[in-house]
Design a binder for this molecule. Structure first.
Ligand code: ATP
Ligand code: MG
Length: 390
């Protein structure tokens, strides 16, 4: 069918033509944010899940709806190897500018600006990647001690106080939160805990890989009381069907039931894979309906493409030892697996492979769903490992 009209949208953070199966969550997030804005007790959300399950698009949707309701939302993506202060300074600056929007600067906003300036200046020695913003002059004694823990608490409190003055809330939408180093994550949680106790309208709504839960738990034991941890999983059957059928229907096309079955069984309802299979099936079929033969051909093409792209880019970041570890893991199937079994598969002791396992966790390739267990963060990666090193 006409590739120009192909509605499917595979890609990292690419908005899907139909955001299926997430309505209840979007509403839950909206309720939490609205309550925080009006100083009512609520827990913001931490969305965690495997690669390609749709965390980023969900975060973006929650953000754009919050902005439509007048929130001062700012977007942060935590890359590997960047300090938290360096990430936060520019976005908090944006948050303050957004609060200001056309109105005359009020006292608390100016104070938050000074806190930001002091924060940036004091931490610049320790975190070399900070670029100082120059809108305001620092105020002595305000968020400028040079200790991240206390300064961040002061700063977020000052920003929250300014937000309250404008009857809104500042929301930090943080993607890939697992990349924030654990000590800095602890400071952030502590700062948010203190603003939450003071009922200030500032919070974080974040997304990341499953290892986040452990990291946050270790970082601060009260994270669980501050945030609701929500697992973003593959789509259930109804939602997976909708993700395929609705976009086609809008273009006047449909799927044969058996073609749907083929795609559901291949993709296992993982959103990113549904988009890939949808896109290929559409391009392969000459006309509607999309038939089982088209879907089967799509499986071949999609897997070849994933092997060359989605899976391959991750594979290429691995050292030979890491590859061997993942290959041994793949032998046992999708997982989770006992770490002891994987070590045994390698003919090694658990303790001697622990460093490799830690490296792989740090790279976001695997995580530990429970003590002593290991699982892939990338769905269907076991199949790929077997194809690439038979
Ligand atoms: N609910 C959904 N319904 C249909 N398609 C979806 C849904 N959620 C996400 N997708 C599609 O899945 C793909 C991956 O989404 P996204 O980038 O948000 O995943 P992610 O969880 O952030 O992945 P990563 O961990 O790699 O960052 C995109 O192509 C997106 O359009
Ligand atoms: Mg993402």
């Amino acid at each position: 069918m006409d590739p120009r009209k192909n509605p499917y949208a595979p890609g990292a953070g690419t908005p899907p033509p139909e955001l299926a199966g997430r309505d209840e969550l979007i509403e839950r997030a909206a309720i939490a944010l609205d309550r925080i804005r009006t100083a009512r007790a609520a827990r913001s959300l931490i969305l965690h899940g495997l690669r390609g399950v749709g965390k980023t698009v969900l975060l973006n949707r929650i953000e754009s709806e919050a902005e439509a309701r007048g929130f001062a939302g700012v977007r942060v993506e935590a890359p590997e190897e960047r300090s938290l202060p360096a990430l936060l300074i520019p976005v908090l600056r944006v948050a303050l500018l957004r609060l200001d929007r056309g109105k005359r600067i009020r006292a608390n906003l100016a104070r938050a600006g000074r806190a930001l300036a002091g924060f940036a200046k004091a931490l610049k020695v320790k975190y070399k990647d900070i670029e100082v913003s120059t809108d305001f002059e620092p105020e002595r004694g305000l968020a400028d001690s040079g200790d991240l823990d206390t300064d961040l608490s002061d700063l977020l409190a000052a920003v929250g106080t300014a937000a309250r003055e404008y009857h809104t809330a500042v929301v930090l939408f943080v993607d890939e939160l697992q990349y924030v180093p654990e000590d800095q994550l602890a400071s952030l949680i502590r700062a948010l805990h203190s603003t939450s106790q003071r009922q200030l309208p500032i919070t974080m709504l974040a997304a990341g890989l499953p290892q986040l839960i452990g990291q946050m738990g270790r970082a601060k034991s009260y994270a669980e009381r501050l945030f609701e941890f929500v697992e973003i999983d593959r789509l259930n059957e109804g939602a997976a069907r909708a993700a395929l059928i609705v976009p086609a229907r809008k273009e006047g096309a449909r799927f044969d039931e058996n073609a749907i079955e083929e795609i559901l069984s291949q993709t296992q309802g993982y959103p990113y894979f549904l988009q890939e299979w949808g896109r290929h099936s559409w391009n392969i079929a000459e006309s509607s309906p999309i038939l089982p033969a088209h879907a089967r051909r799509a499986t071949k093409l999609a897997l070849a493409e994933l092997d060359a792209g989605f899976f391959r880019v991750r594979f290429d970041r691995l050292t030979p030892t890491e590859k061997r570890y993942l290959r041994a893991m793949a032998e046992f199937g999708p997982g989770p697996h006992r770490s002891g079994d994987i070590a045994e598969g390698l003919g090694k002791k658990v303790t001697s492979v622990a460093p490799v396992r830690n490296e792989l966790i740090a790279k976001g390739m695997i995580y530990s769903p429970a003590h002593g267990d290991t699982a892939f963060t990338v769905p269907l990666f076991d199949g790929f490992m077997k194809r690439i090193t038979p």
